[in-house]
Design a protein around this ligand. Sequence first.
Ligand SMILES: Cc1cc2nc3c(=O)[nH]c(=O)nc-3n(C[C@H](O)[C@H](O)[C@H](O)COP(=O)(O)O)c2cc1C
Length: 390
Amino acid sequence: MTNYNKLFEPITLGNGVQVRNRFMLAPMCDDSADHGQVINQQVTYMEPRANYVGIADTGYAYVNDSGIQVDGQLSAAHDSDIPGLTKLAKVMKKGGAKAILQLSHAGRDSGASNANGERVYAPSKMDFPWLNYEVDEMTEADIEQVISDFKTATHRAIKAGFDGIEIHNCNHDLLQQFFSAISNHRTDQWGGSLEKRMAFPLAVQKAVKETITESGKHDFIFGWRISPEEKHSNQVGYDVDNMLAQTKRVFDSGIDYLNISLNLSADYSNSSRPSYDVQVKGTTQSFPDYFQKVVGNLPIYIGSNVLTANDALAAVTDAAGVYVGRELLMDPDFVKKIMDGNTEQIINTTTIEHLEEAGLPTRFIENYADKNGAGRMVSYRNGIPLPGLD
Ligand SMILES: Cc1cc2nc3c(=O)[nH]c(=O)nc-3n(C[C@H](O)[C@H](O)[C@H](O)COP(=O)(O)O)c2cc1C
């Protein structure tokens, strides 16, 4: 019988905080918040999924009203959000996991902000053929405001009782839009050379770090999620070495773990192998090996398409931690079953009825479950593929 003990060894984060095991509940937006505010279904859904993991991450929470990608996203933009966030943090921590609030700004992709009548902005004004709304070029004041909003949102996470925050510097969000040569055409201090394109993510990192230091909460966790490269057919937003350079700077300035958002295969039926197993092109190294060389012993989390105990075990031979997303939606007891040696009971194919019984919020099921198939959670939101590596 395979020995899964390694999955239950603790991890020491950059700030010395110990996480009890290698599992992370992957950040997943459940589309269910009410104008950004936590609803009871979200609290009920979160509790069992957070129960046995080391780190439980929320879906992305927007830091201001111009940065909302989808209706139903969590908000960390207002003080009035704090009571709901407090309820969420409480159930996430209840079983011993570290509760992390993921913070984001969607930049040009803030379709829900547009629907709410908000101005949508991005590093550069350009033609985004897939968008049906106007996108402004950010002014210096906009940039300073967003940096300040990341700070304020971090304060709110502390007030709400979270153990940490994670910055969503991935999946085509605003931080990535600045870093990408495809979407950043600025000629001021925030664009142009690689160094200038990384100025905005670095400024957000510095501001958040200062906020945590000023709070005096030295055990507050600072996570950082990246998309390791951005490539669209023959266009390169940034390559893995560009991201390596950015990550080195962020690491030097102080983060507590690195979370690498890896490619997902859109359909579980194609996933004979977990997709975290990809190698950096032109090398024989995996993504975590590649990044580990600039972050010393800092824990790296990887994942994607982890469906079985063996997938999870394989991930932690490559990296410190493994994030598990869709599998924990389908089977909230995934980690417990591995812990108890009941791996044969793991559920990784399911029906809509099962998802309802598994306590997923109604809108989550409506938006994500593949109604044509067996009710598997697929990586589509109303038919739109979720961003992976590019
Ligand atoms: C429904 C859903 C919502 C997601 N929302 C987020 C999010 O808010 N922030 C984020 O960084 N990634 C998000 N992701 C990506 C996941 O964190 C994870 O990287 C991806 O699902 C691959 O892991 P899995 O195969 O274990 O699901 C989401 C994925 C899914 C399926």
